[in-house]
Design a protein around this ligand. Structure first.
Ligand SMILES: Cc1ncc(COP(=O)(O)O)c(C=O)c1O
Length: 429
């Protein structure tokens, strides 16, 4: 039973007419699927867990079940469930020994959590510029950022678009660095037919409310190395020993924290996973259709998959808006016109590193002790040396994953609306 509202579609296919933002008929008047959706099979186990009082993983079985099922789904040897994607990333950074005073190379085009987790380890997230076509980290820009303090590379498979993992793994190997895949938006996405999150040393996923596999909050670390995954388990469970050799220890022999997933989250996820593959295929099919149509509209540049990427998960469907083809119509006006036509859209991530939090971190007592004045000065300067990312943040346009779960005719509404705005752009100047 799908609890989300389905759209019925209502394309009038009229493109060369008055824009809806000026009182014309919108291309689409019906809505889109509400998110999240859930299925009735989650209700019984939810109630059972509630009534059992076994709400945390050390007394229940659901989190264990979820870990096994998710590992199977993505083809990982092991999965550890966590409270969130953020705690998954924190766990991965800790067990891969990213320590105070280290540096980690990250993609600047991402959600703020990717930087925050590095700062919270008292390490510096060092940005390597973005490849505008793929929206992911540009492998050509990574090596110039490596220095003696660099410990890891943290590529982000943003929107589910896989980063160029062969190039990244090669660089990591040559410089003896760890690789943590931020796959928080990339459930089931594939690079050379392997699921992302299984290629680097560890992968991290998010199941937060807006995500393609949602549970309100939730996360996972994936990996193929038992010793490393045992350490993850231990770290996420207050440092209690876990796995091979655990019986040799008593008490709390390791540093750790509480980053555990609740049984309720696992119940939702076990149900969500039954629809995950089907939804993935649907989004993929609709995204490829949008690619084939939108690319013919002047000024609309759909994303490209990076070299070796085989399938994206489409948490977002992104393209670049080139205003020169729209008589210099600012993106903000393009977006407003599209929204008025019944097509939800967003300009997406800003250059968040220009927001105030950098000052708080870089001026803190800890960072001043850990990094030289010279390094922090250079770091600040480098924030203004990301021309590709700056341009991308000024041109990106996002459609949301729930829209991609609609039907072909609904995708036609999207295409018709973009075409209509293009044809009538002069009305907006
Ligand atoms: C790219 C990326 N990394 C990390 C996270 C953090 O995940 P969570 O919100 O589950 O802590 C998110 C979630 O929004 C994300 O999109």
């Amino acid at each position: 039973m799908n609890q989300g509202k389905s759209s019925t579609g209502n394309s009038n296919k009229v493109t060369a007419s008055e824009l809806a933002i000026h009182g014309g008929n919108p291309v689409r008047t019906s809505g889109w699927l509400n998110w999240p959706v859930w299925d009735a099979d989650a209700e019984k186990p939810m109630l059972e867990v509630l009534r059992s009082g076994d709400w945390f993983r050390l007394r229940g079985t659901k989190v264990d079940e979820f870990e096994k099922a998710y590992a199977e789904l993505i083809g990982a040897r092991r999965v550890l469930a966590t409270a969130s994607g953020t705690t998954a990333l924190e766990t991965a950074l800790h067990v891969l020994d990213v320590d105070a005073g280290d540096e980690v190379i990250v993609s600047p085009y991402t959600f703020i959590a990717t930087y925050n987790v590095v700062f919270n380890q008292k390490a510096l997230p060092v940005f390597a510029d973005t490849d505008q076509e793929t929206f992911t980290i540009d492998p050509n820009k990574i090596e110039e950022k490596i220095n003696e303090r660099t410990k890891a590379i943290l590529p982000v498979h943003i929107f589910g678009l896989p980063a160029d993992m062969d190039r990244i793994m090669d660089i990591a190997k040559r410089h003896n660095l760890s690789v943590i895949e931020d796959a928080c938006q990339a459930w089931l996405a594939e690079y050379k037919n392997r699921k992302v999150g299984t290629i680097g040393d560890l992968g991290c996923f998010s199941f937060q409310n807006s995500k393609n596999i949602p549970a309100g909050e939730g996360g996972a670390v994936s990996g193929n190395d038992d010793a490393l995954m045992d350490r993850c388990h231990s770290y996420h469970n207050c440092g209690r020993p876990y796995g091979k050799g655990a019986s040799e220890y008593a008490g709390y022999p390791f540093l750790g924290g509480n980053k555990r997933m609740m049984e309720f989250q696992a119940v939702i996820l076990l149900s969500q996973m039954k629809r995950a593959k089907r939804d993935f295929e649907k989004r993929l099919e609709n995204a490829l259709y949008l690619d084939s149509k939108l690319k013919d509209i002047p000024g609309i540049l759909p994303y490209k998959l990076s070299e070796g990427a085989t399938k994206s998960a489409y948490h977002i469907y992104p393209f670049r808006y080139k205003k020169a083809f729209f008589d210099d119509l600012p993106r903000v006006k393009f977006l407003a016109a599209l929204q008025a036509e019944g097509i939800p859209c967003s300009s997406g991530y800003e250059a968040q590193y220009n927001d105030g939090f950098m000052d708080e971190v870089l001026n803190s007592r800890g960072f001043k002790k850990l990094f030289s004045q010279q390094r922090l000065k250079r770091y600040r300067e480098e924030l203004h040396e990301l021309p590709e990312n700056d341009q991308l943040t000024s041109e990106a346009v996002w459609f949301f994953q729930n829209m991609l779960l609609a039907e072909r005719k609904d995708m036609d509404d999207i295409v018709d609306a973009v075409q209509k705005v293009y044809e009538n752009r002069k009305q907006l100047l």
